[in-house]
Write a protein that binds this ligand. Structure first.
Ligand SMILES: [Zn+2]
Length: 136
């Protein structure tokens, strides 16, 4: 495969209407959501002893930062038997990439992709895989 063919393949496999590829997945994909914040807050309330006032719970922003900090490797999705979503590479380690629409509407819309190391390098740095053939 040549570099131009690789770039075309990435373009063909990029979801239609979601042309912007960025590394990582949004918080939602990792359970960093308002609903999960509320359920943690409820556990906090339930842990209060009878006849005691419920102590204040941490703000949403603080909670989000804490949860994010618990898994710094969250963009590394680990081994998968599925092919790479962008280049079709066979089973291997996968990395999180998000495809964003041309224009962001009020509704936050995206497509979560799982891609190989070569593709995540290409998206992050524009670096082409070194196994590509010379352009003729
Ligand atoms: Zn790939």
């Amino acid at each position: 495969m040549k570099p131009s063919e690789y770039e075309i393949m990435i373009a063909v496999n990029t979801p239609i209407g979601f042309p912007h590829l960025v590394c990582g997945w949004p918080d939602e994909e990792h359970g960093i959501t308002w609903d999960n914040y509320l359920s943690d807050a409820i556990k906090w309330v339930e842990a209060t002893e009878e006849d005691e006032d419920v102590p204040p719970y941490k703000p949403f922003d603080v909670w989000k930062d804490e949860v994010r900090g618990q898994d710094e490797e969250r963009c590394n999705l680990g081994f998968s038997h599925e092919r790479c979503d962008l280049c079709g590479a066979l089973a291997g380690d996968r990395h999180a990439v998000t495809a964003l629409p041309e224009e962001q509407t009020s509704r936050y819309d995206y497509v979560g992709l799982a891609v190989c190391w070569d593709c995540v390098q290409f998206i992050a740095n524009g670096e082409l895989p070194d196994w590509l053939e010379e352009e003729a």
